[in-house]
Design a protein around this ligand. Structure first.
Ligand code: NAD
Length: 544
């Protein structure tokens, strides 16, 4: 069993290396990872290292890596140590990347079986996954936006129907109840339902669909928040509920539909899934079931519900299986999130390398004091403090934008320097961020200028973070929506209290979200142009 080192004793030659080691270990902590024994962290088969020999070799190399060396990781396997310099990242990672014409699941799986690659998802292979909280805040914001758009600012008195209670999807029930609503959540895996209840993300499990509906209606009528898990295959349960005329207000989905092998088709028992997966035609059967599932979602849309794709690419798979109306409902980014991205806002996160929850409590207080005018932050932090159960190293996430992240990072670095915090912090983010991803079915769906599939932006983002002094930088392919459908980049920077860390943080935490502003200015978004003008982001084509 892997757990991250805690405390102030170093097992490496410096805090940036120590942070990389602890965050890699943390990704595989059984409290954090969905299947740590297979190195799978979350999101279908998103892994932290290619195989166990690679994991142990990465650990050994990090333990001896000097402050002027850089470790290269190619799809979860350490392949080189290079002489660089102290401003260079200590680790550079490239995961799951394939040349365009080869970028499909079958070729990827073939290469994976040969032991040549691994699926890195977004924060699995880049060592900055912090458990379900990581997605909770984004999910909370999304449901808050749904409430603002269609339900008078609250989900009280509404029922949300969704499926998938995995590493990411498990945030949905809590995000809905935090917004005052009732959530009805379907999953085929009983252990996922139990795990979400154990971690305080899900309130109750219903033993039948009838009981689930009764509980949901009672809570809705009393305007009482409640989340209900129910065991079943979404491709059967959703059409069943539609046929029953169930009164559902909002419908979405977070099964692992981005990977047909991670979606259980109709007619396959949960117990037989692992064996059936390697059999012929499994992926086609999964797609056919997704078409049935999405058809029911469109049925709810026709019945007046607010319906959106929650970033798992289920619409594309349903379309591939022949359901022509799959794209009748929008993705969540164009529907709710893009105005935030245009201001460089996105999921900023940090982990306490000390292992002390009190370090996070102190940083929570610091961000509340730094940004009194940021209303969603002021609402989120107290809710998170009450409801979020830490998994692995204590960590916090909140959405901060351009001009905010560097202020927070420098404050944190001062807190480490003064001894207010017990040990340094690892400060990073999801790859799902303002300027770090090209993903035409999710983050860059329906861009104003049609630039959805342009993948120069995440590559520039990784180069910018490397040039600005990040502690580790990653470029991945296929996260979130699957192989062939996205390119994205990540960075993690360590606040170890030194003057050098302050210099690096000032640059990385400004330039990284700055890429979000620049990308959206280039695409013509008014919110981005206003942000650039207000905060002096230099955009040559607008400088005359
Ligand atoms: P996961 O693999 O940990 O969980 C998926 C869950 O779906 C599992 O519990 C599984 O049992 C369940 N499932 C599979 N087939 C099912 C079926 N037919 N009926 C009911 N349940 C079924 O994945 P995750 O990390 O929770 O991610 C879920 C999806 O959301 C992925 O596609 C991921 O790429 C996507 N995602 C979206 C965002 C976002 O911001 N919107 C972020 C990260 C991931």
């Amino acid at each position: 069993m892997i757990t991250a080192h805690r405390g102030t004793e170093l097992h490496t030659l410096g805090w940036p290396q120590e942070a990389a080691l602890r965050m890699l270990q943390n990704n595989l902590d059984p409290e954090v990872a969905e299947h740590p024994e297979q190195l799978v962290v979350y999101g279908g088969t998103g892994k932290a290292a290619r195989d166990w020999p690679s994991f142990h070799a990465i650990v050994r190399r990090l333990e001896s890596l000097r402050g002027d060396e850089t470790l290269l990781v190619q799809s979860g396997r350490p392949v080189g140590v290079l002489q660089t310099h102290e401003w260079a990242p200590r680790v550079l990672l490239a995961n799951s990347n394939l040349v365009g014409d080869w970028a499909n699941w079958s070729e990827f799986r073939r290469l994976e079986q040969l032991g040549l690659t691994m699926y890195g998802q977004m924060t699995a292979g880049s060592w900055i996954y912090i458990g379900t909280q990581g997605i909770l805040q984004g999910t909370f914001e999304t449901f808050a936006a749904v409430a603002a758009k269609s339900f008078g600012g609250t989900l009280a008195g509404t029922i949300t129907l969704t499926a998938g209670l995995g590493g990411m999807g498990g945030a949905q029930p809590l995000a809905v109840t935090m917004n005052g609503g009732v959530a009805l959540c379907v999953d085929v895996d009983p252990s996922r339902i139990r795990r979400r209840i154990d971690h305080g993300y899900l309130d109750v499990e219903a033993t039948s669909l009838e009981e689930a509906l009764r509980l949901a209606y009672e809570a809705r009528d009393a305007r009482r928040p409640l989340s209900i898990g129910v065991l079943g295959n979404a491709a059967a349960v959703l059409p069943g509920l539609l046929a029953l005329g169930a009164e559902i207000d909002i419908v979405t989905d977070q099964t692992s539909a981005h990977d047909p092998l991670a979606y259980l088709p109709l007619g396959v028992e949960f117990e037989d899934w692992a064996d059936a997966r390697s059999g012929p035609g499994f992926a086609d059967r999964a797609r056919e079931s997704m078409a049935v599932h999405v058809e029911a979602m469109v049925g709810f849309l026709d019945a007046g519900a607010e319906v959106f794709d929650y970033g798992n690419n289920i619409r594309t798979e349903a379309l591939a299986a022949g359901f022509a109306r799959a794209f009748d409902f929008p993705g969540f980014v164009p529907a709710y999130i893009r105005p935030l991205f245009a201001q460089g806002k996105g999921p900023f996160r940090w982990a306490a390398l000390s292992g002390e929850a009190s370090d996070i409590a102190k940083t929570d207080q610091a961000v509340l004091e730094l940004f009194p005018e940021n209303e969603s932050l002021q609402r989120w932090i107290p809710l998170a403090q009450r409801k979020v159960h830490f998994q692995g190293l204590p960590a916090r996430i909140c959405w901060l934008g351009y001009g905010e992240r560097d202020v927070a990072g420098l404050r944190f670095n001062d807190m480490v320097a003064s001894g207010e915090l017990a040990a340094p912090l690892a400060i990073g983010r999801d790859h799902l961020d303002a300027g770090s991803v090209a993903s035409p079915y999710r983050e860059t769906e329906a861009m104003l200028d049609g630039s959805d599939a342009i993948a120069d932006w995440p590559l520039l983002n990784a180069l910018v973070n490397t040039a600005s002094g990040a502690s580790w930088v990653s470029i991945h392919h296929g996260g979130g929506v699957g192989i062939g459908r996205s390119i994205h980049a990540g960075q993690v920077s360590v606040a170890d209290g030194t003057a050098l860390a302050a210099e690096k943080l000032a640059r990385v935490l400004r330039n990284d979200p700055g890429m979000g502003v620049i990308r959206h200015v280039d695409a013509g978004y008014p919110e981005a142009i206003a942000t650039a003008e207000r905060l002096d982001v230099r955009v040559p084509m607008r400088e005359g």
